[in-house]
Write a protein that binds this ligand. Structure first.
Ligand code: ADP
Ligand code: 5GP
Length: 211
């Protein structure tokens, strides 16, 4: 009895396991993530990354990203403020310690949307997340989705497609991801994502009810 109580206390203190969502730009990570956050109110919290890229129409500073200059971001990296950072498509991106702590302090499942370099770097930390890769059905479909999104210049689009080819190869390496989801039909991909996270979702719901 005492031991059960002790372990419950211990796991509550550690909080739920974070989730890393990765995969090529345009594969559908943000779309799936928004659905998840909408359906499961007060279960997930987004780790707001820093980036040196410009905001897209509709994106909000402090919500989608912290938009910063390269100088400011580099100073933060040099100061040890980031768990990981990477150069992607000509810009710096990074997860600050504060971003993850802010979510974990609320006892929510922290979601990190990061690229493949980020995945490799997180694996060297003690964050111990669940690693999920969102992949497009094909390069042709990925290109169409990125073009239809109308957020990228031709140059940025080409850089993202090149990075996607590398990402799609690396994600096939055994042991990198716990789950790989091919986002063909959105609803089907979403069901698979929920299934992969079911245990953690139920755990958070249970602690919310009992607290
Ligand atoms: P990422 O966050 O991985 O860069 P997005 O979520 O922005 O990708 O998705 C890229 C584009 O593809 C968006 O315009 C989105 O509406 C669209 N999209 C996402 N999933 C699907 C899908 N299953 N079928 C068709 N279009 C999709
Ligand atoms: P976008 O410019 O489309 O928002 O993001 C481009 C890429 O950067 C995506 O693959 C996204 O997952 C990745 N990304 C976003 N934030 C971070 C971060 O903090 N660290 C790393 N390593 N990659 C990130």
């Amino acid at each position: 009895m005492f031991m059960r109580f002790f372990y419950r206390q211990l796991s509550a203190m550690a909080g739920p396991r974070p989730v890393v969502l990765s995969g090529p730009s345009g594969a559908g990570k943000s779309t799936l993530l928004k659905k998840l956050m909408t359906e499961f109110d007060n279960v997930f919290g987004f780790s707001v990354s820093h980036t040196t890229r410009n905001p897209r129409p509709g994106e909000e500073d402090g919500k989608d990203y912290h938009y910063v200059t390269r100088e400011k971001m580099q100073a933060g990296i040099d100061n040890g403020d980031f768990i990981e950072s990477a150069e992607f498509s000509g810009n710096l991106y990074g997860t600050s310690k504060a971003a993850v702590q802010a979510v974990q302090a609320q006892n929510l499942i922290c979601i990190l949307d990061i690229d493949m370099q980020g995945v490799k770097n997180i694996k060297t930390t003690d964050l111990n997340p669940i690693y999920i890769s969102i992949q497009p059905p094909s390069m042709t479909i990925l290109e169409k989705r990125l073009r239809d999104r109308k957020t990228e210049s031709e140059e940025s689009l080409q850089k993202r497609l090149r990075a996607a080819m590398v990402d799609m190869e690396l994600s096939k390496e055994p042991g990198v991801f716990d789950t790989i989801i091919v986002n063909d039909k959105l609803e089907e991909a979403y069901e698979q994502l929920k299934h992969a996270l079911l245990e953690e979702i139920n755990m958070v719901k249970k602690t919310k009810v009992s607290s």
